[in-house]
Design a protein around this ligand. Structure first.
Ligand code: SF4
Ligand code: SF4
Length: 94
């Protein structure tokens, strides 16, 4: 199982979400990311998230590159609080 800082990757809510109503199908995100997180839905003419847990924790480059602002990530403060709490919980178990 893949982990990040000792936490199972699939328990970490860090991955992109794409608003299909905003995505214009430019493919910038799919062409950029080499981690097989995103794929292009040819029928819809838009990108979508295929393997969310392949996303590198704390990377948000695709959102920065998206010309339409269609890609969102969790709020940084909420995410930091989540990670701190999980790391503290793991330390308490040891
Ligand atoms: S945040 Fe980084 S790793 Fe995650 S999907 Fe976007 S470019 Fe890929
Ligand atoms: S970069 Fe943005 S607009 Fe372009 S395909 Fe990806 S989500 Fe859609």
């Amino acid at each position: 199982m893949k982990t990040w800082r000792g936490i199972p990757r699939e328990e970490i809510p860090w991955y992109p979400t794409i608003d299909p109503g905003v995505c214009t199908g430019c493919r910038t995100c799919v062409d950029f990311c080499k981690n097989d997180v995103l794929e292009f839905d040819e029928a819809a003419g838009k990108s979508r998230v295929n393997n969310p847990y392949n996303c590198i924790v704390e990377c948000s480059t695709c959102a920065k590159l998206c010309p339409d602002g269609a890609i969102r990530f969790p709020d940084e403060a909420t995410f930091s609080a989540f990670i701190k709490e999980r790391i503290a919980r793991q330390a308490a178990k040891r």
